[in-house]
Design a protein around this ligand. Structure first.
Ligand SMILES: Nc1nc2c(ncn2[C@@H]2O[C@H](COP(=O)(O)OP(=O)(O)OP(=O)(O)O)[C@@H](O)[C@H]2O)c(=O)[nH]1
Ligand SMILES: [Mg+2]
Length: 368
């Protein structure tokens, strides 16, 4: 079944549009207020499922009176169904859906996101005929919830070696101790040096001269170019000198709390570089509210991607899922240990979703 959304200024108009295009075979799945980013298309969205949207769409409106009547009847049924759904939502005490909400919240998803997912699942669940609903277990609800999360998360395109590689600049920014230096090294090895692409590592830190040492050691072991810049001037000179000759991997200082002193010069200069990708490095073990704070504060670095480290230090990835969905930014890599370079993987949905309901399932098994 293919899913298609129709937007209009009222639910009735959206239903009318959908039925005219899809005919009477399609099934109304849900109706809701349009999300903020789709509001320009209409205040309301109705979602229909059809076995072959393209084929139905090509039929166009029928001139036949009885067919017109059938469409009108289907529209009336849709409106009745929307009223039923709204009524069921208002009563809102379906025990299975409540249980799903509880599981999502226990997996550390933000409560409004957990509610939104439970509502979406609830609508699909209520659209099933009652016998099918009672026959299907919590597994179906888990599957629907995972599907909803999949649709909302974005994953960065594979980092891979590209043409014009030497013009690329990767910037790693983020709070102190997040794993910027470690992850930069892992990526430099796995994504570039392993493919014989030359990388120049530039470490910029005007405050802590000692902070360059770890990278200097790595660069020495790897035999790759390294520049330690302790002033903005040194940093700008290094970028100008090496840009276009090697891929640049730029390590930035860890700014903490509200201590962003001097960050403007750096973020302002980086903003003017083209062909760059800024990875905001965040530890998966950080509290959800703190992650949201970091995303807000580091917006001055205009991150293209979120890169999560320390997945090995937490059991639930709800905070990653919530932060990624809320920020709308694609996920680039996951760091899952201290070993360089092996404890790194390209961001992927399976890693995030795999533990989502396992704790609950394990609990259910041991309780049985
Ligand atoms: N368990 C675990 N530890 C990690 C991971 N990534 C980095 N670390 C550790 O976290 C600590 C800090 O890592 P760094 O790479 O120095 O972090 P940073 O963001 O560069 O820190 P500052 O430059 O001081 O802001 C080190 O002990 C790393 O070994 C990871 O994925 N898992
Ligand atoms: Mg560092």
């Amino acid at each position: 079944m293919k899913i298609k959304s129709y937007f209009a200024s009222s639910v009735e108009q959206a239903i009318q549009k959908a039925r005219q295009e899809l005919g009477t075979e399609a099934m109304l799945i849900t109706s809701r207020r349009a999300a903020a980013e789709a509001r320009h298309l209409g205040a309301y969205e109705v979602v229909f499922g059809a076995h072959d949207v393209e084929e139905s769409a090509s039929r166009g409106p029928s001139k036949d009176l009885s067919a017109e009547l059938q469409v009108l009847r289907a529209q009336l049924e849709d409106i009745k169904r929307v009223l039923q759904l709204n009524n069921a939502r208002a009563q809102g005490s379906d025990p299975e859906i409540d249980e799903l909400y509880r599981e999502l919240a226990a997996a550390d998803l933000d409560s409004s996101l957990a509610r939104q997912i439970a509502d979406q699942v609830s609508t699909l669940w209520l659209a099933l005929p009652p016998p099918q609903r009672s026959a299907s277990g919590i597994e179906l609800l888990h599957g629907l919830a995972e599907e909803s999360i999949r649709k909302q998360l974005r994953i960065a395109p594979p980092a891979g070696v590209r043409e014009q590689e030497v013009n690329r600049t990767l910037v790693f920014a983020g709070p102190s101790g997040a794993g910027k230096t470690t992850t930069l090294t892992k990526i430099a090895i796995q994504e570039f040096l392993a493919h014989r692409v030359s990388v120049r590592i530039i470490s910029v830190d005007p405050y802590r001269v000692a902070s360059h040492e770890k990278l200097r050691n790595f660069a020495g072991i790897l035999g790759t170019g390294f520049t330690a810049a302790s002033t903005m001037r040194e940093f700008i000179e290094a970028v100008e000198e090496y840009r276009g000759k090697s891929v640049l991997a730029i390590d930035t200082p860890g700014y903490s709390g509200n201590d962003f002193e001097g960050s403007r010069d750096l973020s302002g200069f980086l903003a003017r570089l083209n062909n760059k990708e800024v990875h905001l490095v965040l530890p998966a073990s950080m509290k959800r509210a703190d992650l949201a704070g970091c995303v807000r504060r580091f917006e001055e670095f205009k991150p293209d991607y979120l890169l999560f480290t320390k997945l090995d230090e937490t059991e639930s990835f709800g905070a990653i899922i919530s932060t990624a969905i809320e920020s709308g930014k694609p996920l680039s890599f996951f760091g899952n240990g201290q070993s360089i370079p092996e404890d790194l993987e390209a961001a992927n949905l399976e890693t995030l979703l795999e533990p989502l309901f396992t704790r609950e399932r394990a609990g259910a098994t041991s309780a049985a």
